[in-house]
Design a protein around this ligand. Structure first.
Ligand SMILES: NC(=O)C1=CN([C@@H]2O[C@H](COP(=O)(O)OP(=O)(O)OC[C@H]3O[C@@H](n4cnc5c(N)ncnc54)[C@H](OP(=O)(O)O)[C@@H]3O)[C@@H](O)[C@H]2O)C=CC1
Ligand SMILES: CC(=O)[C@@H](O)[C@H](O)COP(=O)(O)O
Ligand SMILES: [Mn+2]
Length: 397
């Protein structure tokens, strides 16, 4: 790695991905300089603490009403640290993350949740930054738009653990030597249950992920397997592999993060105990590795890794994703937007667990593709339609 630090902007700095990124960067202070951080604005104190500790230039909040409180909290901390109040710029508004994303940092880490991350993803790519991408939703919904926004090859470095694993495994061969990708899934907290047994599950049961501690939306998506559906489309788009050549396999230990099978019959796997700091660090420092990011596997303690097929009759989200990826266009945006509506309703206790994927399927069935060429307008219109349709279906239940 070059001796000058990489400049970094962290979008979603107060979330699960964001705070772990701050941890990685804090342990490697000579490698990175954080220029900007961005969040929704719910945790003003944490945002102010990060801003001062990282000596950022700019803080962005999506919620305009948080501009004053964030400004005040940062200034109070700056004074405590003997620095001049007002020396950190604070920007607020729904496009604040996009402004920060497009400001030309060496690396933009997109750790926002949801398709609201699309505009920042496009802005980072157009500005020529390397995009360390945790926000899988933006790639899935943007599809060809994200491809077209790239100004150089290999501009997106995946942070999602499975896709980071695949990117690492792909270093072992040429694209033409790849036979298939094997995407691992923990199976979530309800692995092995029959459909009927899923009817009464509560948000707190669904939030109890067996192997990972993550934000609420991705955790519910893991429980429904919508996360794996999104990841199937993500892998297809990132690595240009047909969905038919991507196999989803349940691996409850979450140690093998994914695999690549090559044409000679060899399979390369990437393994490490579940710890997102590893793919986050690689996303920031790609193609180099940083020292001592996470604990490796212990090869002398007795342990077992198991693999089993996904029960698609109970968890239909991956089957839907295969269909959606083949249709392409605005269908992936509809798949994701309907899910976002349903997850919010489930977390608020308004609908049952099974209603999530059932509703996504009904919304997809009703979607008529309008756009020949995918445009941002077409994506946003399809998303708006899908959210409204999902709400209608849920209200009629
Ligand atoms: N957590 C994990 O281990 C993994 C996460 N991912 C993916 O990474 C992404 C982030 O997940 P995770 O960290 O768990 O989510 P969290 O809910 O923990 O964090 C989301 C972050 O995004 C911020 N945010 C929300 N809306 C905006 C906005 N409009 N502009 C700027 N920031 C915003 C939130 O701020 P605020 O709270 O103030 O709204 C928060 O800082 C998701 O796409 C997820 O699927 C992928 C693999 C693993
Ligand atoms: C850590 C990470 O990458 C998550 O997206 C993870 O994949 C969730 O686990 P499962 O979706 O496999 O349950
Ligand atoms: Mn993942």
């Amino acid at each position: 790695m070059s001796s000058s630090p990489r400049t970094v902007s962290i979008l979603g700095s107060t979330g699960s991905i964001g705070t772990q990124a701050v941890d990685v960067i804090t342990r490697h202070p000579t490698r990175f300089q954080v220029e900007a951080i961005s969040a929704g604005g719910r945790d003003v104190d944490l945002l102010a603490e990060q801003a001062v500790a990282l000596s950022v230039r700019t803080v962005a909040v999506a919620d305009e009403t948080r501009h004053g409180p964030v400004r005040d909290a940062i200034d109070a901390r700056l004074r405590q640290a003997g620095r001049a109040a007002g020396s950190v710029e604070v920007v607020a508004g729904s496009d604040a993350a996009t402004v920060v994303a497009g400001s030309g940092a060496d690396v933009v880490l997109n750790g926002i949740t949801g398709s609201v991350g699309l505009a920042p993803t496009l802005a980072a790519l157009r500005a020529g930054s390397t995009l360390a991408l945790a926000n899988k939703e933006s790639l899935v919904v943007g599809g060809a738009l994200v491809g077209a926004a790239q100004v150089r090859a290999d501009q997106i470095v995946p942070v999602d653990s499975e896709h980071s694993a695949i990117a690492q495994c792909l270093r072992s061969g040429e694209p033409r030597e790849v036979r298939r990708l094997i995407l691992t899934a923990s199976g979530g907290p309800f692995r092995g249950r029959a459909r009927d047994a899923l009817k009464p599950v509560t948000p707190s049961e669904a939030l109890a992920h067996p192997t990972w501690t993550m934000g609420p939306v991705v955790t519910i998506n893991s429980a429904t397997l919508m996360n794996k559906g999104l990841e199937l489309i993500e892998a297809h788009l990132l690595f240009d592999v047909p969905v038919a050549d991507i196999t989803v396999v349940v691996h409850p230990q979450s140690v093998v993060h994914s695999m690549v099978e090559f044409i000679d019959g060899s399979t390369i796997a990437q393994a490490s105990p579940p710890d997102m700091r590893l793919p986050i660090a690689l996303g920031l420092s790609w193609p180099e590795r940083l020292d001592e990011v996470a604990s490796p596997c212990s090869w002398t303690d007795p342990t077992a890794w198991t693999f089993e097929p996904l029960d698609e009759t109970v968890f239909g989200a991956v089957r839907l994703a295969r269909h959606v990826a083949d249709l392409s266009g605005t269908h992936p945006a509809v798949y994701n937007a309907a899910n976002e509506e349903c997850v919010a309703a489930f977390l608020e206790g308004r609908i049952g667990f099974l209603d999530i994927v059932d509703t996504v399927e009904k919304v997809l069935e009703a979607h008529v593709e309008h756009a020949d060429d995918l445009t941002l307008d077409a994506v946003l219109t399809a998303e708006g339609w899908a959210r409204a349709r999902a709400r209608e279906i849920l209200a009629r239940r």
